[in-house]
Design a protein around this ligand. Structure first.
Ligand SMILES: NC(=O)C1=CN([C@@H]2O[C@H](COP(=O)(O)OP(=O)(O)OC[C@H]3O[C@@H](n4cnc5c(N)ncnc54)[C@H](OP(=O)(O)O)[C@@H]3O)[C@@H](O)[C@H]2O)C=CC1
Ligand SMILES: O=C1O[C@H](COP(=O)(O)O)[C@@H](O)[C@H](O)[C@H]1O
Length: 508
């Protein structure tokens, strides 16, 4: 269509302008600072925000972990990872020397109160000497088993308390609990120390630009919303396919599996944003209230129904991976068929599908419309025109595609499916999309919890997932299917949707 891309320099400016509201001076304290997430996501995101001038001048980042290291060692380790992982490393590496001065390492044992008191003295010192003040964002980036003890010690050391002059906030990484009971426990635990308004439960999918664009697409345009219901939509497919396998996360993954790792959080979040009613305003309460209504309306799959509504599978070599329990039944691929029992979505199936070690990395939401009610064009008996399809691609080719029928030129009335496409890269330039963590850390510093999950959302999501896990661990479980690495998943998944006279959008 020969779209003219906006020059990427303008796109960068556009992006910065949208986000530009520099937070007040603050210290960010990362627990688990010697770990993978800190190195791969958190520090690179903070660095990029700093490069883009979106962080306050007066800022300190204190990394806390048990590993013996000093601040120099911490900076050196991260500098190496910045070179490897940062998308803009070559252009920006000179800025690193300025940024790294903000990084401080504090060795601590997570259960030692004395270490927290020393940490507190360090924060007070930084606050005074560098004029940062007392605003503090704690980031829990340790294995989840450590969350309760860290929260308790922060409370005991008096570090969670805020005042009219300064704020204290805490970001808690996923997974938030491993079932409903443990999530409630963790919520209760956290609420003994922090008020809900101080708590930011992160689901990095909500920080993805294209996920937020789903809101603009639905509620910033008048033409799609009237079609967005059972009256026009036949079914919805939400797919998160990954090429990566287990990596070095066996300890966590083998006890979690795909439902806890991906469905309880990311896939259900995508479902809520796709299905929710228009919120009255773009603020944390309105958005979260609407998402909660969707989760409440999801028809639970009972343990005895799992064979009817789910597929579970494992990639062929999973059991040979290091750290995996021999003969484990942990699923690395799943399909769920969910229904939302409300006026808008009654009897519209939402097929949720995700898996590891597949043939491509794709995240997309595919809205499949109904067939035309009456076909006036001559077609052989039993044949139908393909229905319209709207695909929202969240990664990697971020954009949207609307498929519709056109007449093939020439004699007769033959048709072909064509599409209208929007690609971020084409309209806004390359490398325009910030990493999800950039957006979310910035939001937390600014006190905007809209893109974080509330305690009731987390608990409702577990209420949907728990009975399925129970069913999978019971006599009602569908047989575990197997699939080869680098394929589209098990044939069982194809049979599952075919039984409903539908087929998967051919993305994976
Ligand atoms: N990595 C990722 O891509 C993602 C991670 N997450 C979540 O973020 C959190 C952090 O992830 P990640 O960085 O990968 O985790 P790591 O396994 O790398 O752990 C982070 C740090 O925690 C400390 N630690 C690890 N195990 C123990 C233990 N048994 N007892 C005490 N301390 C321990 C270690 O530091 P030290 O020994 O120095 O104290 C380690 O460097 C997790 O909750 C994870 O689920 C969420 C989404 C993606
Ligand atoms: O939270 C997680 O997400 C990643 C996938 O995230 P993406 O941004 O790369 O789509 C997944 O690999 C991991 O297992 C899970 O814990």
């Amino acid at each position: 269509m020969g779209k003219k891309p906006i020059a990427s320099v303008d796109a960068c400016k556009l992006n910065k302008d949208v986000l530009r509201k520099i937070p007040n001076p603050a210290t960010i304290v990362i627990f688990g600072a010697s770990g993978d997430l800190t190195e791969r996501k958190l520090i690179p995101s903070l660095f990029r925000l700093d490069c883009d001038g979106l962080l306050p001048e007066k800022l300190a980042v204190v990394g806390v972990a048990r590993t013996e290291m000093d601040s120099e060692g911490f900076r050196k380790k991260l500098a190496e990872s910045i070179e490897i992982y940062s998308r803009h490393s070559k252009d920006r590496i000179c800025k690193w020397s300025k940024f790294e001065k903000k990084l401080i390492y504090h060795r601590a044992d997570y259960d030692n109160l004395e270490d927290y008191k020393t940490l507190n003295r360090l924060l007070v010192d930084l606050g005074k000497k560098q004029d940062i003040g007392a605003n503090c964002l704690f980031y829990l980036s340790t294995p989840p088993i450590l969350y309760p003890v860290i929260v308790s010690k922060l409370g005991e050391a008096g570090m969670a308390q805020q005042s009219d002059e300064y704020w204290r906030r805490i970001i808690i990484e996923k997974p938030f609990g491993r079932d409903l009971a443990s999530a409630i426990d963790l919520n209760n635990h956290v609420h003994q120390v922090f008020d809900e308004s101080q708590v930011y439960r992160i689901d990095h999918y909500l920080g993805k630009e294209t996920v937020q664009n789903l809101l603009v697409f639905r509620f910033g345009n008048a033409i799609f919303e009237p079609l967005w219901s059972r009256n026009y939509i036949d079914h919805v497919q939400i797919t998160v396919s990954e090429e990566v396998g287990l990596g070095n996360r066996a300890g966590y993954y083998d006890t979690a599996g795909i439902l806890r790792d991906m469905f309880q959080n990311h896939l259900l979040q995508l479902l809520t944003l796709t299905a929710m009613e228009p919120p009255a305003g773009f603020n944390a309460t309105s958005l979260r209230d609407e998402k909660v209504k969707v989760l409440k309306a999801v028809r639970p799959i009972k343990p005895e129904e799992v064979a009817k509504y789910t597929v579970r599978a494992q990639y062929r070599t999973y059991r040979d991976e290091k750290g995996v329990v021999r003969g484990t039944e942990t699923a690395t691929f799943a399909v769920l068929k969910l229904f939302i029992d409300n006026w808008r979505w009654r009897n519209v199936p939402f097929y949720l599908r995700s898996g590891k070690a597949l043939n491509s990395k794709v995240t997309e939401i595919s809205i499949q419309f109904r067939h035309v009610p009456h076909l006036m064009f001559p077609l052989p008996p039993e044949e139908q025109l393909p229905p319209n399809k709207l695909v929202l691609c969240l990664q990697p080719n971020e954009g949207m595609r609307l498929g519709f029928e056109t007449k093939l030129p020439g004699a007769g009335m033959k048709t072909r499916t064509v599409s209208m496409d929007f690609l971020y890269e084409q309209d806004f330039g390359e490398n325009i999309l910030p990493d999800a963590y950039e957006r979310l850390i910035l939001d937390a510093l600014q006190g905007d919890a809209s893109l974080f999950t509330r305690s009731d959302e987390i608990e409702l999501a577990w209420k949907i997932i728990d009975p399925i896990i129970q069913g999978w661990e019971s006599e009602y479980a569908p047989p575990l299917a197997f699939y080869e690495l680098g394929t589209c998943g098990p044939s069982k998944a194809d049979e599952f949707i075919k039984a409903d006279d539908r087929k998967w959008n051919p993305c994976i």
